[in-house]
Design a protein around this ligand. Structure first.
Ligand SMILES: [Zn+2]
Ligand SMILES: [Zn+2]
Length: 142
C-alpha cells in the first residue's frame, strides 16, 4: 500500500476517534495492494499470513469499516472490494470493468448523473448510496 493512503487512513482514524487496529490496517493494506477487486474470502486468506488466527468476522468487520468511510468500494456485480482512488470522500461509486482482464478503473463522476437525479426527485425517493458499473473491454485488451 502506498504510504499516502496509509497516512490518510491513520489521520482519518485519529481525527474521528476510530481505532486504527491491526486488523483494520492489514485489511486496508491487503485490498490496496491488490490490483484487481478482491473478495472478502481472499482478504481473509491474506490476513491469515499477517495475523495469528484471525476470525472471519474480524476481517469482515474491518472491510465494513473501510467501506463505510469510502476508503474502499464494494463492486456489487463482482462481490469484491477495491481501494478508492479518489482523494476525497464521495458517496457514490462508479467503475469501468474490463470483461477480459478484470481490470477496474474508478471513474470520478462523484455525483449522481443528472438524468437519474431527476428521476429520483420526481419519485420523491431518498437515495442513500449508488453504484454504477460499466462493463466492456479496456484499452489494453482491444
Ligand atoms: Zn472512490
Ligand atoms: Zn482489459
Amino acid at each position: 500500500m502506498n504510504s499516502s493512503l496509509e497516512k490518510k487512513a491513520l489521520d482519518f482514524c485519529i481525527k474521528n476517534k476510530h481505532r486504527y487496529t491491526k486488523p483494520r490496517e492489514s485489511v486496508l493494506r491487503i485490498i490496496a495492494s491488490s490490483n484487481k477487486p478482491i473478495k472478502a474470502y481472499d482478504v481473509l486468506k491474506h490476513l491469515k499470513k499477517v495475523l495469528k488466527n484471525p476470525k472471519p468476522p474480524t476481517a469482515y468487520r474491518a472491510i465494513e469499516f473501510w467501506e463505510k468511510y469510502n476508503f474502499i468500494h464494494r463492486i456489487d456485480s463482482l462481490n469484491a472490494y477495491f481501494v478508492c482512488e479518489a482523494e476525497h470522500l464521495h458517496s457514490g461509486s462508479q467503475f469501468l470493468i474490463c470483461n477480459q482482464c478484470g481490470e477496474v478503473t474508478e471513474s470520478h463522476i462523484c455525483e449522481i448523473p443528472k438524468i437519474i437525479k431527476k428521476k429520483i426527485e420526481k419519485n420523491i425517493f431518498s437515495a442513500k448510496s449508488w453504484n454504477l458499473e460499466v462493463k466492456g473491454i479496456c484499452s489494453k485488451c482491444f
